[in-house]
Design a protein around this ligand. Structure first.
Ligand code: ZN
Length: 589
């Protein structure tokens, strides 16, 4: 019998510690890394990784696969990008606890906040749970390619406790708050990795109602945090507009100090946030200097809306001519769109914002005529695009109006042209501000939103972008350094640091005793593909997908799950229940 299950030979190992890469072999047995170095034994399976880099599997802490994880074992698109662990239930939305008469309402909340088609959720989910522990049991039953962990989401908890009283501005009684705490404690004891909430006006249910918890008082949030502390662990995650009058950092600091638990928030440059990003970071650091443990989740690129005729948004969606055909099938729409008479008529029209939510008008204006901030997504698209490649600039060069240019480019590729509009994190027209933030221990790589924003955003590919852009290709540099991030540091951030935030001490490193979650990457060949709209969710629901070249193999628990971007059909992933410890292996002879 072979000594090991798998040996990866002669790879360039980037082990997740941040230390310099080295060439060596990795032996795997029973799902764990057994040995690293020069390995003499034999194995049932060997992979030659000579010339490739070998990294730990990526840990993505900010996803929204809460519905998909109950029906889909493949867990794309995250699993196509080297991710072997996803944490979901972020931003206060999810599907447990769920009273039997609240299923539709919870779906509406997810559809509104995260742009996941409600019909897909309704058809895909079996709802064989009511309480949070029952949801975890349901998750555990389905095999999948990656490990999943989750938060208890505030929206579901509040709706469960308040029932019909859950309305915008609803004020829970002390008794309600105590009950919410009990549910969160129960969920965390059953294995949830934390609790999440949302306090942003952008997050709305499909009916345009604010997400439950948006107006929660600091007392409610701190009380829930204390309930989580009774269970002994958990991360408190929050997306917030960070309005100054809300004093968010005061209560985050207090919550963290009182409970000893980490608090983490989405830290973005955003027109919706009153506090500029540097002020957010400074406020966080002031609290941390005072004994708190607050961690900023940063995105590695502009969070961009990807616009297409068939996407959820595009610059012409408020024109009467588009609205008249918006409910038609794609074939009929395409015939109209390619008709020059229709085009001239549409381009001559004004936008009609009747009925659009007033607090989102600034966003809609960026969509309908923010041409200098919109970019054409060609095959070699650079996600840090310079001003001269904006639609405004390219239209000028081509001698046509920007709206006509945009219209024509959406019609390219048989109507599958894409426009990128970075609405967050791109107000400077570059990503220079992320250089220093990536060097800092109080930030984590995050905000991929995998599984969400199906018709508008495709950032689940963030880890690939990190390697391709930040480590390898980035040409700009604001500072005296290269403007890049070292491979070793980037891997540490995407594997070890993210895992540790959630107490997952069993992964994120290549060393004996750690989970054999690994990527073998042909780094020179690594490249994001062009995004596409697939209609493959249940009930034909649409989602933006993006693949990448260069992932030679992804390995989860010692089992090859993906080869050159194709799923092998293996499903070694599990539900993660609570913090994890590394396995101490007996010293090898
Ligand atoms: Zn989110």
């Amino acid at each position: 019998m072979a000594t090991y299950d798998l040996i990866i030979r002669e790879g360039t190992i980037v082990d997740g510690t941040g230390k310099e890469r080295f060439i060596g072999d990795i032996a795997v047995k029973d799902g764990l890394i057994a040995q690293v170095g020069a390995i003499t034994g034999d194995a049932t399976q060997e992979i030659n990784a000579s010339g490739m880099i070998v990294t730990p599997g990526f840990v993505d802490v900010h996803t929204h696969y809460d519905g998909q994880a109950t029906w889909d074992p493949e867990m794309a698109p995250s699993s196509w990008h080297g991710v072997t662990t996803v944490i979901m239930g972020n931003c206060g939305v999810g599907f447990a606890p769920a009273a039997p008469d609240r299923h539709e309402w919870l779906i509406g909340l997810m559809e509104g906040v995260e742009d996941i088609p409600g019909t897909a959720l309704a058809e895909g989910m079996k709802w064989n749970w009511e309480t949070f522990p029952e949801y975890l049991d349901a998750l555990e039953k389905l095999p999948r390619t990656v490990d999943v962990g989750t938060h208890v989401p505030h929206g579901a908890v509040r709706a469960y406790v308040l029932g019909d009283r859950e309305k915008p501005g609803a004020v829970p009684t002390d008794d309600d708050i105590a009950k919410m705490g009990d549910i969160v404690e129960e969920g965390v004891r059953a294995g949830a990795l934390g609790f999440s909430t949302s306090r942003t006006v952008i997050h709305k249910s499909i009916d345009g109602e604010l997400v439950p918890g948006t107006t929660a008082t600091a007392e409610e949030l701190i009380s829930i945090g204390k309930a989580m502390a009774r269970a002994g662990h958990g991360v408190f995650e929050m997306a917030s507009d960070l309005k100054r009058e809300w004093n968010e950092f005061d209560w985050m600091g207090k919550l963290s100090r009182d409970t000893g638990l980490p608090v983490t928030f989405a830290a973005l440059q955003s027109i919706a946030k009153e506090m500029p990003l540097d002020e957010q970071i400074a406020a966080m650091r002031a609290e941390n200097d005072n004994g708190a443990n607050i961690v900023a989740q940063i995105a590695l690129r502009g969070n961009g809306i990807v616009m297409a005729w068939q996407g959820t948004v595009h610059p012409f969606r408020f024109r009467p001519s588009w609205m008249a055909i918006s409910d038609l099938g794609w074939a009929e729409q395409k015939t109209k769109l390619l008709d020059p008479v229709f085009k001239d008529q549409l381009l001559a029209e004004e936008n009609d914002f009747t009925g659009a939510p007033q607090d989102l008008i600034h966003l809609f204006m960026a969509i309908v005529n923010g041409w200098s901030a919109q970019f054409e997504m060609d095959p070699d698209f650079d996600y840090e695009p310079p001003a001269e490649s904006s639609i405004q600039a390219r239209a000028e060069k081509a001698g046509v109006g920007p709206q006509e240019y945009a219209y024509d480019l959406l019609c390219r590729d048989d109507g599958k042209g894409f426009i990128y509009l970075p609405i967050l994190n791109y107000q400077d027209g570059n990503l220079d501000f992320l250089e220093a933030l990536q060097a800092s221990d109080d930030t984590v790589n995050s905000l991929s939103d995998g599984g969400a924003h199906c018709g508008t955003i495709c950032d689940a590919a963030s880890p690939t972008f990190m390697l391709q852009h930040w480590v390898r290709d980035r040409k700009r540099a604001a500072t005296r350094n290269s403007g890049k991030v070292s491979l070793e540091h980037a891997i540490k951030r995407q594997c070890r640091d993210t895992a540790q935030l959630y107490g997952l001490e069993d992964r994120g490193l290549i060393a004996p005793g750690y989970l054999a979650d690994l990527n073998i990457i042909d780094f020179d060949r690594l490249k994001l593909g062009k995004p596409w709209l697939a209609f493959d969710l249940p009930a034909g629901g649409k989602r933006l997908l993006q693949k990448a070249d260069g992932y030679v193999a992804t390995i989860k628990g010692g089992v090859v799950t993906f080869r050159e971007g194709e799923w092998t059909g293996a499903t070694p992933g599990n539900l993660i229940r609570g913090p994890q410890q590394v396995t101490m292996l007996e010293a090898a002879e």
